[in-house]
Ligand binder design. Structure first.
Ligand SMILES: Nc1ncnc2c1ncn2[C@@H]1O[C@H](COP(=O)(O)OP(=O)(O)O)[C@@H](O)[C@H]1O
Ligand SMILES: [Mg+2]
Length: 282
């Protein structure tokens, strides 16, 4: 009985949070292969939600399904409280302007300059003068910490970290409320990844963004995510704060969080021992 009296207000408080993304009973498949098997997910306004799961489990497919880029077989996807399947094409386009996406592998157009890449979404959906588009592109570059000189470079002329920032600038082109990031720090060195995390965190706070971020990066999960959701076997098997996830006894979660943490703890002393050995030799 005492348990119930404690549980009720907590559930009430959770129900009051506005879900910017709400997915229910989602089924997605390719031929015989079911990737989502009745998946539920909420992304609350103003939070950074880290989305984890083994390779090939469907993190990118889910992202693309939410965006309407992959056909769904069953279930409901609501964005900003609107059921996407019930909207007219015009209303769907209006909705699409409220989010920005950084796809896995960056995906800038290689034949366009950084400026042209950033201006791409502006061209598609707004009538803005060329001069204003140039000013906006420079503003976005500044926002993601790229120098003005990057504007006229092609993606191949930029470092990996700069390409990610340019892709982020493009994702922010239409001042979205909601940002989808699919493994944004993969391929970056640890310092580059930490810088990028800090950038996302700063942007999230200053622009009041809601962020859905697929990541394998435990440092990102610890440092910038408010909550974490884990995908396995076509469902979200757990969602909560990092502490709640660490306390979870689901075998995959234990292997993932404790396994990787364990190996990092082993890695750190090895480096220290190396340093000491070097010192001893010199
Ligand atoms: N267009 C597609 N056609 C067929 N199978 C696909 C397609 N896209 C993804 N898949 C399959 O869906 C599963 C999930 O893929 P994905 O979402 O890319 O995984 P990850 O969690 O690594 O992002 C994989 O088995 C992948 O092969
Ligand atoms: Mg993926």
């Amino acid at each position: 009985m005492p348990d119930l009296s404690i549980a009720a207000p907590q559930e009430g408080a959770l129900a009051e949070r506005e879900a910017v993304v709400r997915v229910r009973d989602l089924v997605v498949g390719f031929g015989e292969h079911l990737v989502m098997k009745g998946l539920d997910l909420d992304v609350y306004r103003g939070e950074v939600l880290g989305f984890v799961g083994g390779s090939g489990q469907g993190k990118s497919v889910l992202t693309r399904a939410i965006l309407g880029l992959v056909a769904t077989r069953a279930g409901r996807i609501e964005l900003f409280g609107e059921d996407r399947d019930r909207l007219s094409a015009a209303d769907r386009r209006r909705l699409e302007r409220r989010w920005g996406v950084l796809f896995q592998n960056g995906a800038l157009f290689s034949s366009l300059t950084v400026r042209q890449n950033i201006q791409m979404p502006m061209r598609e959906s707004r009538k803005i003068s060329p001069r204003l588009m140039d000013e906006l592109a420079m503003l976005k570059l500044d926002l993601v910490g790229l120098p003005a000189s990057a504007a006229d470079k092609f993606p191949s002329e930029l470092s990996g970290g700069m390409v990610k920032r340019a892709a982020l600038a493009r994702a922010l082109a239409l001042d979205p409320e909601l940002l989808f990031l699919d493994e944004p720090t993969s391929g970056l060195d640890p310092i580059g990844a930490a810088d990028f995390d800090e950038l996302i965190s700063t942007l999230q706070r200053t622009l009041g963004l809601t962020v859905f971020m697929v990541t394998h990066d435990l440092d990102s999960l610890y440092s910038i995510c408010d909550r974490v959701a884990a995908l396995a076997e076509g469902k979200v098997i757990a969602a909560g704060t990092m502490d709640e996830m660490l306390a979870c006894d689901h075998p995959w979660l234990r292997a993932y969080f404790h396994g990787v943490r364990g190996s990092r703890l082993v890695a750190a002393p090895r480096r220290t021992r190396g340093d000491e050995a070097e010192k001893a030799e010199s």
